[in-house]
Design a binder for this molecule. Structure first.
Ligand code: HEM
Length: 469
């Protein structure tokens, strides 16, 4: 069934393939292959044959929930030892998926978001205090590093009333180091042939066990704090007023009355602490990269912030959604660099993809969002250019459906989408209002992969703006 799908010439894998650059950046490597081979292609990774799909028409089919569903494979499957049947890594048939989804969905409603807003502001304030102090010293800021501190604090405090104290640390919190360790390990397991794993990944396997143990200990600490009576935050996350942890610990399913087990709660906390910050951090970092490089776009975004927020010292919840252009900057950043760059879909019954590729029930393909978002057929000949106006309502209406999937698709799409967009729009608004951004003139974008995408080595010098903010 695979024989019609083009693939690169196969050869005996060299050790260079195992240790080389392609292994560190498998997704970007696939982009090059995609451009050569077209909208459906396959690549062999050490005995595993992976079908990649990125053509707009084929992705629209894979998005049809009557024929396809999420597939837990590759990097997602490799995270199972850590997150097991947590929302992100659960198999579709595992009962805890529906249970946790129903119990936690209200934690992402509009009213829940309104409750998180003051805490999100508070975390952003913490970052800006740090940056203001650094400005005096003229230090450039490590953008992905600081965005990761910000988004980790945000999900930890809004979701769990837990404070990692990230801004008071010069190094990342050990939770982040352990998390990056498990993510990188999950990615490397995709590209190292299983027979060579004991040889090549022995040290890494050991470190991964230590990392996993650390993540588990952190989570137990988060629960213990709550049981002792809160983590000390005010607002939505104030130990026991309906944040995510409260829902996990206290809420029964509205229809069945079932509750999450304590082991499943551990999995959900790890899931949310990871899924809830890593990709948002990348999205903010890429957006800042494009803003710093495009002074006219930055000026338009800032003009909007000044107009919509006016003289208010801090924006109210409603004033964030009104930043339409800032939001388009984010949308466009997630188009060019969807920080979760691929997701997998499996056939729920025997079917034929694109009228020519038969797929048996259970057969699966990887949707390469990174390339879908650059398909000239959907996005035009200038698809590689950064242009937020692509997300003006008229332009969006003129495009076919299913050509923009940074948050996945269907029942298993991202539950945290509104959370991420509110947080990131708020933070961009605050930073545009307060600072001028000066990029390192010689910086060329390098994108690091650890399942997610992140601009590597990207720094900015920030100076306080004269004027509002
Ligand atoms: C699922 C992307 C932010 C929690 C997903 C999926 C994608 C995605 C592509 C689907 C994965 C698949 O099909 O295998 C993103 C991006 C984000 C972001 C790009 C930021 C810009 C968040 C936030 C949270 C979150 C802030 C939590 C607060 C989750 C969870 C799932 C998920 C729990 C699994 C949902 C399920 O299967 O029921 N995300 N996400 N994400 N995301 Fe996000």
């Amino acid at each position: 069934e695979l024989h019609r799908i083009p693939h690169p010439p196969y050869r005996v894998p060299l050790l260079g393939d195992v240790l080389g650059a392609g292994v560190r950046t498998p997704v970007q490597d696939s982009m090059r292959v995609a451009r050569r081979l077209g909208p459906v292609f396959r690549r062999k990774g050490f005995g595993k044959e992976i079908v990649f799909v990125w053509g707009a028409e084929q992705v629209a089919e894979l998005s049809d929930e009557s024929r396809f569903a999420k597939h837990v494979g590759l990097g997602v499957a490799n995270l199972r030892p850590v997150a097991r049947d947590g929302l992100f890594t659960a198999y579709n048939h595992e009962p805890n998926w529906q249970l946790a989804h129903d119990v936690l969905a209200p934690g992402f409603s509009r009213s829940a978001m309104q409750g998180y807003h003051p805490l999100m502001l508070d975390v952003a304030r913490g970052l800006m205090e740090r940056w203001d102090a650094g400005e005096a010293a003229g230090d450039p800021v490590d953008v992905p590093g600081d965005m990761t501190k910000l988004t980790l604090e945000t999900i930890a405090r809004t979701g769990f009333g837990y404070d990692f104290g990230s801004f008071e640390r010069s190094r990342p919190h050990p939770f982040v180091t352990a998390m990056v360790g498990t993510l990188s390990f999950a990615q490397r397991r995709n590209v190292v042939p299983p027979p060579l794993t004991p040889l090549l990944l022995r040290g890494a396997t050991k470190r991964n066990a230590a990392d996993t143990a650390y993540l588990n200990r952190t989570v137990d600490e988060v629960i213990a704090r709550r049981r002792e009576g809160g983590g000390g935050d005010e607002g939505a996350g104030a130990g026991g007023t309906g944040d995510l942890l409260d829902r996990m610990l206290e809420t029964a399913h509205p229809e069945t009355g079932e509750r999450l087990t304590s082991d499943n709660i551990r999995r959900q906390i790890i899931t949310f602490l990871i899924a809830g910050h890593e990709t948002t951090s990348g999205a903010l970092s890429f957006a800042l990269y494009y803003l710093a490089r495009n002074p006219q776009i930055l000026a338009r975004a800032r003009e909007e912030v000044d107009r919509v927020w006016g003289a208010a010292p801090e924006p109210a919840y409603e004033q964030v959604a009104k930043l339409r252009y800032v939001r388009r900057v984010l949308d466009e950043s997630l188009r060019l660099w969807p920080t979760a760059p691929a997701f997998a879909r499996e056939a729920v019954r025997d079917t034929t993809l694109g009228g020519e590729h038969p797929m048996r029930r259970g057969a699966w393909a990887l949707v390469l969002g990174l390339m879908l978002h650059r398909d000239p057929a959907a996005w035009g000949q200038d698809a590689e250019e950064f242009d937020p106006d692509r997300f003006e309502p008229a332009a969006v209406r003129a495009r076919p459906a299913h050509v923009y999937k940074p948050f996945g698709t269907g029942a298993r799409a991202c539950i945290g989408r509104q959370f991420a967009l509110h947080e990131a729009t708020l933070v961009l608004g605050l930073l545009l209002r307060r600072y001028d951004l000066h990029a390192e003139p010689g910086y060329r974008l390098r994108v690091a992969e650890r399942l997610t995408l992140m601009p590597e080595g990207f720094t900015l010098r920030l100076t306080r703006r004269s004027g509002p903010g």
